[in-house]
Structures are given as structure tokens and as C-alpha cells.
Design a protein around this ligand. Structure first.
Ligand code: NDP
Length: 254
């Protein structure tokens, strides 16, 4: 399907990798970027059917779905190689793939700490390192890492998740400082509470409590995060790097 407006999009002609694009926020990001004229590669780890369904509905052309476990170096390197063979370039990266394994500290299993940090933080490092090479060569690019309000405030029961997201902010600032001279920008988007499978597991009481802490008084839709990502990827954000853009309805104000 061709989008008649794609020639006027914020990201026309750009090739952007979105990790974890098979559902939730990643799928909404893929749709928004495609709507803005980008070709999008989405990755999945287990749900190929969901990734193919997202792919089928994207407007524009040049899109593809890749199996890639972002926490495994070999899987990441192989996926990026394959992408470069197909596209020849990568203009943008959105490190969105993420997991939670909540639990109070004293009862938190070491493997649950490792698994969350491996996917959320190490995954961001592995994908960024692998996909940065063609950007450095082209002397342009934009990277957006999806963090979380929990990485800014901390949260009881989410020490592993908060550490992975706070670490991603520090990682992103360091990366931004390293690659700025090559015309590459690195930023974060920190969502608050978004309507996806990740938050679908919350009880009604938990949701009520969260809503009472959100000045805008509602849980956001994934598209509202996707719009912030499209902005940071685009030339409209040409002088913004090392920044974390909160999309949280006011629940945490820096
Ligand atoms: P979902 O659970 O809905 O989707 C997670 C996505 O990540 C899926 O596409 C999944 O692939 C992929 N994924 C999981 N593990 C891996 C891995 N090891 N390698 C590659 N891909 C993987 O999550 P959300 O859409 O809710 O969250 C997306 C991002 O936004 C995450 O980084 C999350 O921390 C962050 N976030 C979410 C908030 C929310 O309220 N939902 C709030 C703040 C931040 P598959 O389908 O194949 O399993």
C-alpha cells in the first residue's frame, strides 16, 4: 500500500530500525515512522506472526521484519549484517525492545536481574554498536532509546528495570558525546504509563493508584510516544542531543 502523503513526511527516504516492533509501543513507532515516509525494519524475538501483521499494514515501501534477540551479540550482529545487505544504509535506530521481571529486592532472583539488564541495557548497547558503523561512515544519523519514567524516579519492586532504564540514559549521554562530531544525535524518550501488554497485567487498583498520580488524568496511547520518537529522529530536532524527552502526562517533571 502506498501512502499518498509519504513524500511530505518528516522522515521521507530514511531507513530506520525499530527493535521490538512486533507489538505495543514498538509497533506504534513503526506505524508512525512509516506514516512519516520512512522505511522501517522491525525486530521480534518470539512473535513472528505479530511482526508480520504489523509489517503488512505499514504504509509506504522497503519495510521488513527480522528475528533478533537484542541481548545476544551474535543474533544482533547477524541481524544488522542482514539489514545492511538489504538496505545498504541505516539512518535511524530506535532501541525499544524491553522486558520487566518485577519483584521486591530480597526475593529478586539473580536471573531476573540479569535478564532485564541484558535485554534493556545491554541490548541497547549491542544494537547501537552494530548499527553505528554505517552512520559513522555516512556522518549522519539519529538514535532514540526508549527508557521509562521508572528510570527517572525508581519504583519499589522494579530495581532491575529502573537500573536498566537509568543506565540507558547514562549510556545515551555518553554515546551522544562520542558521536556528535560525526553528525549523529542520541536521545531518549521516557514514557510514563502507556496502554500496552506490559501495563495490561496491572490490577484495577494499581491502575487507579497510577491514574491519581498523572496530572493529565489518563494512561497514554502508544501513538503519543511514537510521535515524540518521530520528532527526535527527524531534522526538526537537529540541535537536540543527549536529551531525555518525557512523555508521561506530567507524572514526573524534571
Ligand atoms: P511489550 O511487552 O508490549 O513489547 C515488547 C517488545 O519487545 C516486543 O516486540 C518483544 O518481541 C520485544 N522483545 C522483548 N524481548 C526482546 C529481546 N530479547 N530481543 C528483541 N526483542 C525483544 O512492551 P511495550 O511496548 O509496553 O514496551 C516497549 C518499550 O517501552 C520497552 O522498552 C519498555 O520498557 C518501554 N516502556 C513501556 C511503558 C509502558 O507503559 N508500556 C512505560 C515506559 C517504558 P516479541 O513480540 O517477539 O516477544
Amino acid at each position: 500500500m502506498t501512502n499518498a502523503n509519504s513524500s511530505q513526511g518528516l522522515l521521507t527516504g530514511q531507513k530506520v530500525l525499530v527493535t521490538g516492533g512486533s507489538r505495543g509501543i514498538g509497533a506504534a513507532i513503526a506505524r508512525e515512522l512509516a506514516h512519516e515516509g520512512a522505511s522501517v525494519a522491525i525486530t521480534y524475538v518470539s512473535r513472528e506472526d505479530a511482526a508480520q501483521a504489523v509489517l503488512k499494514d505499514l504504509p509506504g515501501s522497503g519495510h521488513l521484519a527480522l528475528k533478533m534477540d537484542v541481548g545476544q551479540e551474535a543474533s544482533v550482529d547477524e541481524g544488522i549484517d542482514q539489514l545492511l545487505k538489504t538496505w545498504g544504509q541505516i539512518d535511524g535506530i530506535v532501541n525499544n525492545a524491553g522486558v520487566t521481571k518485577d519483584g521486591l529486592l530480597l526475593r529478586m532472583k539473580t536471573e531476573d536481574f540479569d535478564n532485564v539488564v541484558q535485554t534493556n541495557l545491554k541490548g541497547t548497547f549491542l544494537v547501537t554498536r552494530a548499527a553505528l558503523k554505517p552512520m559513522l561512515k555516512a556522518r549522519k544519523g539519529s538514535i532514540v532509546n526508549i527508557t521509562s519514567v521508572i528510570g527517572q524516579t525508581g519504583n519499589a519492586g522494579q530495581a532491575n528495570y529502573a537500573a536498566s532504564k537509568g543506565g540507558t540514559v547514562a549510556f545515551s549521554k555518553s554515546a551522544a558525546a562520542e558521536v556528535a562530531s560525526r553528525g549523529i544525535r542520541v536521545n531518549c524518550v521516557a514514557p510514563g504509563f502507556i496502554n500496552t501488554e506490559m501495563t495490561g497485567v496491572l490490577t484495577d487498583d494499581q491502575k487507579k493508584m497510577i491514574l491519581s498520580e498523572i496530572p493529565l488524568g489518563r494512561i497514554a496511547e502508544a501513538k503519543e510516544v511514537a510521535q515524540a520518537v518521530a520528532f527526535l529522529l527527524s531534522d526538526r530536532a537537529s540541535y537536540i542531543t543527549g536529551h531525555t524527552l518525557s512523555v508521561n502526562g506530567g507524572m514526573f517533571m524534571e
